[in-house]
Design a protein around this ligand. Structure first.
Ligand code: GLC
Length: 623
């Protein structure tokens, strides 16, 4: 057996080692080759330690390198404790996930966080231990094995921009160990921090203003992009690179299959910039990914880069890095545009914003989502807004008002998160159902409005299921869970209203939805299962194919086209509560005189003048 591991290692290092070294040299200069040697040793040890079942998984992945692009992939995102109490508890709810066709489970931060406030687990104190109340590393291993049996991969957050101030590295830095002080960005006086601040934005202007925190014990200003107790680590130090690579291999060997690269945009700092999206970020990610492919080729990276459209594609790899950085990235722009279109009943801005994207590398995929555990920031650029005659500032303000329920005629019930008076930004918190109008409709007891809200929820999911990429369902959305009225009651949550949309899973609501398919939640659950089932049997949705915008004849419709080798597909989405007559030629010119509409399961005659598109209807046509 050792002979074959030697061969495997040799072949993989021959294949990926040069890329590791090239990227490390781009970042660390002369030290690149030496760091690359350390990496070689690290990944060899990790490969040696890789359990047999995971080596088998690696082989399976190598045989299907497009596994994440397959339309059979369906993602689900949950907090283990809020979903099922513990990691072992999660394993008891796999039938529910299977019922939705879930193949990809993202469990929110589960590694040991600092005690006290911890940013929903994004302040990690120990990457090699599980949060005590959730279980142990052995429980994590057991869960991943159980998930694998059901064909579900596990994604875990890798927080690599910062550690908790209580992490051992920070503790030793404070104790005076220079080696660990060098893991952080610490400044004796305000000189450099002030110079950096001149061009740095603020992530949490409300509860954590500024980007530096004075630490008495360290006697220095520490870089803290997020909260004061989240210390940014210094990626310019190759020791930090090696530490994180080792952590990744450790998690991979515990059975974690996808790593969510948290806040990846922030890891490289450069004076005079926003300290986001720097070229070194892509080199570092590429070097990590290629190194991991030697030790655990089954493992994939998902970039959490909530950045503008021009900055997003490099996380999947452009130019010399084409397709070589992450396997997946969140399509934040699609998410924002869907909410914008629903509020304005107008897809023209959506067309411009999506039309601006260059094609992603064909070997990569999007993570598509309608909302997540974070707030929604109105990432609409002034240029895109101007292209459709809107004022960017005014439109962003309109969206904030609309989703906070302040605009006349708004159906939404969200909360304003992090109002930034300097920029006018007001991000929004709220569950999908509350933002989509179910809360106000139920309160009004208005069946028509309830129908609209249910239809909006299903429309949004049809788009993310049909766009190409892994649709990521958020826990509770499958039964239309509303905002959590008690969100502020838990210790440490009251200043962070993102908890309003992180409710505990309502299993009674799931049972009720199953028992009464005509209820609003029953319709949402059944509707979602249906959309996902159709997706599974539609090869046209393979993520190597791009969704391209077709100029819509009516601003209330979004029309997308996908050119798959099996034939073209046209998707039509009505973002309004009115019926819209679509000139049949829009579809017929692509598909001919007749087409199958997959979601409704009927043949449509396209040799006619217009096609009626019902309120919030989604249509997926193939020849
Ligand atoms: C990511 C997470 C967010 C967290 C931040 C800092 O953006 O999604 O919840 O606050 O990183 O780790």
């Amino acid at each position: 057996m050792t002979g074959s591991v030697d061969t495997t290692f040799r072949l993989r290092w021959e294949r990926f080692g040069p890329e590791v070294e090239a990227s490390l040299t781009a970042v660390y200069g002369d030290r690149g080759p030496e760091v690359s040697d350390r990496v070689r040793g690290l990944v060899r040890a990790a490969l040696d330690a890789r359990p047999a079942d995971l080596r088998e998984l690696d082989e399976r992945r190598l045989l299907a390198p497009d596994w994440l692009q397959d339309p059979r992939q369906v993602g689900y995102v949950a907090y283990a404790d809020r979903f099922a109490g513990t990691l072992a508890g999660v394993g008891e709810h796999l039938d529910h996930l299977a019922g939705l066709g879930v193949t990809y489970l993202h469990l929110m931060p589960l590694l040991r966080p600092r005690p006290g406030p911890n940013d929903g687990g994004y302040a990690v104190m120990d990457y090699r231990a599980v949060r005590e109340d959730l279980g142990t590393m052995d429980d994590l291993r057991a869960l991943t094995a159980r998930l694998r049996e059901r064909g579900i991969c596990l994604e875990v957050d890798l927080v690599l921009n910062h550690v908790a101030a209580e992490h051992d590295w920070a503790r030793r830095a404070r104790a005076g160990e220079q080696r660990y002080r060098d893991y952080f960005l610490a400044f004796d006086d305000r000189g450099l921090p002030d110079a950096y601040e001149a061009s740095l934005p603020e992530v949490f202007p409300d509860f954590a203003p500024g980007n530096f925190t004075f630490d008495d014990e360290l006697g220095a200003w520490v870089w803290t992009t997020f909260n004061a107790w989240q210390w940014d680590v210094n990626w310019a130090n190759p020791d930090v690179f090696c530490e994180y690579l080792d952590i990744i291999c450790h998690l991979a060997n515990a059975g974690v299959e996808v790593l969510r690269l948290d806040a990846i945009a922030f890891i490289w700092k450069r004076m005079g910039t926003s300290c986001q999206n720097q070229p070194e970020v892509h080199h570092l990610t590429r070097a990590l990914r290629k190194a991991v492919r030697v030790a655990a080729p089954g493992v994939a990276f998902k970039a959490e880069a909530i950045v503008g459209p021009d900055d997003l594609l490099p996380y999947l790899g452009v130019g010399e890095h084409h397709g070589r950085v992450s396997d997946m990235a969140y399509h934040n722009s699609l998410m924002v545009q869907l909410w914008s279109a629903l509020a304005s009943r107008d897809t023209r801005l959506t067309e411009v914003a999506l039309g601006r994207f260059a094609p992603k590398p064909t070997t990569t995929t999007w993570g598509t989502y309608v909302r997540c555990h974070d707030d929604i920031g109105w990432a609409v650029t002034d240029a895109d807004a101007a292209a459709v005659g809107l004022d960017g500032f005014a439109h962003r303000a309109f969206l904030s008002d609309f989703y906070a329920g302040l605009a006349p005629g708004s159906f939404a019930r969200g909360l304003v998160f992090q109002h930034n008076p300097a920029t006018g930004d007001r991000r929004i918190s709220g569950t999908l159902a509350s933002l989509a109008g179910l809360e106000t409709a139920l309160a009004a007891g208005d069946p028509g409005r309830i129908d609209d809200a249910v239809a909006r929820i299903l429309l949004l999911h049809a788009v993310i299921a049909g766009f190409g990429g892994v649709p990521l369902l958020y826990m509770g959305d499958e039964v239309g869970m509303l905002n959590d009225a008690g969100w502020a009651d838990e210790p440490g949550h009251d200043d962070d209203n993102r908890w309003v949309h992180r409710p505990r899973m309502d299993w009674a609501a799931v049972a009720a939805a199953e028992a009464d398919p005509a209820s609003p939640s029953g319709r949402i659950l059944a509707g979602l299962r249906h959309v996902l089932a159709v997706r599974r049997s539609t090869p046209h949705l393979h993520a190597s194919v791009e969704s391209r915008v077709v100029p819509s004849p009516d601003p209330r419709l979004l029309v997308l086209r996908r050119d798959h080798p099996l034939g073209p597909m046209v998707q039509v989405y009505n973002v309004s509560e009115g019926e819209v007559a679509l000139p049949a030629a829009v579809v017929g010119d692509v598909l001919g005189r007749e087409a199958s509409e997959l979601l409704g399961g009927h043949r449509w005659n396209l040799a006619t003048d217009v096609l009626p598109v019902r309120p919030y209807q989604a249509l997926w046509f193939t020849a």
